[in-house]
Design a protein around this ligand. Structure first.
Ligand code: ZN
Length: 88
């Protein structure tokens, strides 16, 4: 678990090669997933709050012990520390 890499935009766990986003030259981008980052660009222009709303159903689905409200709350605490949403 400590070696887990998460997408620095949506928080999706990255494991398999195809989970990772790609840079302009087609190599793996280790910071972002294939859904968020493709060919060197972010695939969507979205706010952190928008991304959280997008991810709530997926996280609630993946974590059976978590309600949508709990998923939203934990992402609101976690996402500001991700590279994509860091304000400083
Ligand atoms: Zn992502």
């Amino acid at each position: 678990m400590e070696n887990m890499i998460f997408c620095q935009s949506c928080g999706m766990p990255l494991g398999k090669d195809e989970d990772f986003g790609t840079t302009v030259d087609g190599t793996k981008n280790k910071d972002y997933c294939a859904y968020c980052y493709k060919d060197g660009e972010f695939t969507q222009d979205i706010t952190m709050e928008g991304m959280i709303e997008l991810c709530v159903p997926f996280m609630a689905e993946a974590r059976k012990d978590m309600t949508a409200e709990m998923a939203r709350k934990s992402m609101r605490e976690w996402f500001p520390s991700l590279k994509s949403w860091k304000t400083s």
